[in-house]
Design a protein around this ligand. Structure first.
Ligand SMILES: [Zn+2]
Ligand SMILES: [Zn+2]
Ligand SMILES: [Zn+2]
Length: 359
């Protein structure tokens, strides 16, 4: 996402900001206006950069737990913001380390919601559920058994619109251990959210639409193959061999996982390019056999074509990986966009555009 200006002093801030480091005013994010608002000294009214007042209040999760910097309309029938109103279960905050872990989880969740909202995707809570319109909810649970026994009882996953996330994923050591065990080049809390919400949108946009289901199967394969057996084969090493037609090894396990991995990848690309564009970064042309013209994000990534996204992702990700290596870090973007993967991303892009009423 693009950086956000403090509406009082114009300093650029991170999305998670609560107090502007430059002017010390309290800041909150309004997902409807897509901007930060501020509370002046001793003021109780949230104002934008022009000083206009807005009928907003802080999310109830900020009041109670100081865990959310989003604002919610005083006219909404819930005290929770657009992201927090989907929480069904929050962890036991009396357990040591849980509040810090939950804060990490919630920060990643808000980034995901920001992208979903910007893309114009439908977002219903469980209370708003109707026939064929599945609501989205989250169960955040803490099961530390994986840390000692190496086997968690609470597994991250999606079922019937409910995304379950084990708070051990907020722990860097544990997440890195799992990443290495699974042989993954990339594992983040934000990545989990983007993957699991991909399963939600498969149910929400594809499952009950016969034409869409057919179109999806033509790209990702027949999802009616036994899921449990497919996963068992995958973990036994007898599943589909990984080729550059799949964005990750895990995507080979079942068409549902391929879709979720591809959905997550589309969100990775859009948000990364929106950040690059938000800073107006530009790159000189590449020389050599894989030469590339000058790169810049001269479009809105949230509505861009897949060709536009892929054409910019290639040079910028090479530069970003090089920057990471300069700091001794792993590659920021440890993926290769093959034509087959790009075609799958294009299906997801078209699906989202249609759901958002853009196509
Ligand atoms: Zn400021
Ligand atoms: Zn909130
Ligand atoms: Zn999955």
């Amino acid at each position: 996402m693009a950086p956000f200006e403090c509406p009082n002093c114009r300093r650029l801030n991170h999305f998670e900001v609560r107090v502007c480091p430059a002017c010390a005013f309290t800041l909150g994010y309004d997902p409807g206006l897509v901007q930060l608002l501020f509370l002046g000294d001793g003021a109780t009214t949230w104002r934008d950069a022009n000083g206009n007042p807005h009928e907003l209040k802080v999310c109830a999760n900020n009041d109670a737990h100081e865990i959310c910097n989003w604002l919610v309309s005083i006219h909404d029938d819930t005290p929770f913001c657009r992201a927090c109103r989907h929480n069904r279960t929050i962890p036991d905050l009396t357990v040591a380390t849980v509040p810090e872990r939950w804060a990490i989880i919630e920060a990643a969740k808000r980034r995901m919601f920001h992208t979903l909202i910007r893309l114009g995707l439908p977002l219903e809570t469980k209370a708003e559920e109707q026939q064929h319109i599945q609501g989205l909810a989250f169960d955040f649970l803490y099961d530390p058994s994986a840390e000692t026994a190496g086997r968690a009882k609470v597994l991250t996953g999606h079922d019937g619109g409910v995304i379950t996330l084990n708070l051990i994923e907020a722990d860097d050591v544990e997440r890195e251990r799992i990443r290495r065990t699974m042989g993954e080049p990339y594992r983040t809390v934000l990545g989990h959210f983007r993957h699991e919400v991909g399963h939600h949108y498969w149910s929400r946009l594809i499952e009950n639409d016969p034409d869409e289901l057919e179109a999806c199967r033509a790209i990702f394969g027949d999802d009616s193959v036994d899921y449990a057996q497919a996963l068992a084969n995958h973990y036994a090493g007898s599943g589909t061999v990984w080729t550059n037609e799949y964005v990750s090894v895990y995507a080979t396990s079942h068409p549902w996982e391929d879709f979720a991995e591809t959905f997550a990848h589309y969100l990775h690309m859009v948000d990364t390019l929106a950040t690059i564009g938000g800073f107006s970064m530009r790159m000189a042309p590449f020389p050599g056999p894989e030469s590339h013209p000058a790169a810049a994000i001269a479009f809105d990534p949230y509505t861009a074509s897949t060709d536009q996204l892929a054409a910019q992702m290639v040079p910028f990700s090479f530069a970003l990986n090089t920057i990471n290596r300069s700091m001794g870090q792993r590659d920021l973007y440890p993926f290769h966009l093959s034509p087959a993967i790009t075609a799958k991303i294009d299906y997801v892009n078209g699906l989202i555009a249609k759901a958002a009423g853009r196509r």
